[in-house]
Design a protein around this ligand. Structure first.
Ligand SMILES: [Mn+2]
Length: 486
């Protein structure tokens, strides 16, 4: 086998040298070293592993998927590494569909449900442990010596409760497969290439839609994960309040970095780019450059969420006075948004229309805008024409789960036109935004943006605010900040 490491032709020499350079490996391997590296390694196989905590839940999710598409082969890839620059990659994050159905997060993994008597047989295709004999262990960029130990296929089977096979055999197996196939697209170009003459965009979209709608109602494991995400996020917000003086001395980046530290220590990552918007940046809905000044007297709009190790994210916004006290005009706008959010949260209950909480919050905001003389009433006229939207800008919330904008592929009748059910989790996040250059409002309003966002679980008898560890009422925010700053 050592011969394989020895280049045979000049072209291969160059090719191999490039590959080795790309992987940061030393070119030129003697037969003696190649032989030496094959042996002297302990057997580290793990035995009798207990299944992962959500194994019974992922099995139930696969059973629901199986029942929806009888007799069809279903292919759900985890996805591959994405290049950031040259030979460096972004941190890997498994596709939501794959993680939801397997509980696994391994790059290049693929779940396949194959039609069988009584439903489907599931197989998870993974890269096995690195071979020591052929040198891939230490000469390949994805060898375990470079990227760390993987689970063996036997270990993966025990953990996930799904039979496992070598993913390098999958593309050929799919090419030879007969019968109807559907795949989740957009994650694994190699798998898609193997299926190119077997799938259609329309049928694949039906699979994607099903997996989005399946996640609308959360099971007990998912609710516990969302609780964890909210608890970690609340601690991240506390971390930020404690270092606002350091942010004042530097920039919004200090806030971003502080929150990220909490996300990485307690979870997998942030669930989306943190919006750390001080002063007039708060009026930019997706301000993620986070390179601005943090000034006492201004507001900080912080919209951020920790994603747990099992990939469930929180999505919380607080708008805080940087020096600890709201000014009169800031407080007036803040209280209006708070009142709108209260009305929105009150409208979240089983049997209510999904649109109700949005309508309730928009009505309160519109009443305030009319009352302040910023738009001419009556309120009904403003709502009908949507004139309030110059300052309310966005919808009042969305489903929350593994994706921050969860279940995004669900059909309208299953999402925005649906009625709420226990187990659904959504954000309620009204806001008011007065752009710094908005000449239609008095000068004192300009450059102020306020949003308050909480994560609300629909329960049997109403709702539960999963993010209520963080204060919302203005005077409670001020007292909380004063206590944290000591
Ligand atoms: Mn949100």
């Amino acid at each position: 086998m050592a011969e394989e490491l020895t280049p045979e032709t000049p072209e291969e020499t160059e090719e191999q040298a490039i590959k080795q350079r790309k992987n940061g490996l030393y070119p030129g391997v003697s037969d003696e070293l190649a032989e030496n590296m094959k042996s002297g390694w302990a057997d580290t196989e793990l035995h009798d592993l207990a299944p992962i905590a959500q194994a019974d839940k992922t099995a139930a999710r696969r059973a629901a998927l199986s029942a929806r598409f009888p007799g069809e082969r279903l292919v759900i890839p985890a996805g591959n590494l994405k290049t950031r620059s040259n030979d460096t990659e972004y941190a890997f994050r498994a596709s939501t569909e794959y993680a939801y159905l397997t509980g696994d997060q391994t790059q290049d993994g693929v779940l396949v449900l194959e039609p069988a008597a009584g439903g489907h047989e599931a197989t998870i295709y993974l890269l096995p442990r690195s071979d020591r004999e052929n040198g891939e262990f230490w000469l390949d960029g994805q060898g375990e010596l470079w990227v760390g130990r993987r689970h063996s296929l036997t270990e993966a089977e025990q953990l996930l409760g799904i039979p496992a096979k070598d993913v390098r055999e999958l593309a050929d197996a799919l090419k030879e497969a007969t019968g109807p196939v559907r795949a989740v697209r957009g994650h694994d170009a190699g798998i898609e290439a193997a299926l190119t003459d077997k799938v259609t965009a329309e049928r694949d979209e039906e699979l994607r839609v099903h997996l989005s709608e399946a996640r609308l109602v959360k099971d007990a494991f998912e609710i516990a994960e969302l609780e964890k995400a909210c608890a970690s996020t609340a601690r991240g917000f506390e971390d930020v309040v404690k270092v606002l003086d350091k942010a004042e001395a530097t920039s919004e980046r200090y806030i971003e970095g502080t929150f990220f530290l909490r996300a990485r220590v307690e979870g997998n990552d942030i669930g989306y780019g943190s919006i750390c918007a001080a002063g007039p940046h708060a009026t930019t809905l997706h301000w993620v450059r986070n390179d601005g000044d943090v000034r006492p007297g201004d507001l900080l709009l912080l919209d951020a969420g920790v994603e747990t190790t099992e990939l469930y994210t929180a999505d919380i916004t607080r708008t805080l006075p940087i020096n600890g006290r709201y000014t009169e005009i800031q407080r007036k706008i803040y209280d209006a948004v708070y009142e709108a959010q209260e009305a929105g949260i009150a409208a979240v209950k089983p049997g209510a229309a999904y649109r109700d909480f949005h309508d309730a919050a928009q009505r309160v905001l519109t009443e305030k805008l009319v009352e302040w003389g910023l738009v001419e009433g009556p309120v009904e006229r403003v709502l009908e024409l949507g004139l309030q939207r110059r300052w309310t800008l966005h919808g009042t919330g969305h489903m929350l789960g593994m994706d921050v904008h969860d279940c995004a592929a669900a059909r309208t009748e299953k999402y925005v036109d649906t009625t709420l059910e226990p187990g659904m989790c959504l954000t309620v996040e009204p806001g008011l935004y007065f752009q710094a250059d908005d000449l239609t409002v008095p000068e004192e309003y300009r450059g102020i943006g306020v949003r308050i966002e909480d994560d609300i679980l629909v329960t049997e008898d109403g709702n539960r605010n999963l993010s209520d560890a963080l204060p919302r009422r203005a005077e409670e925010v001020e007292a909380w900040m004063a206590a944290l700053k000591g």
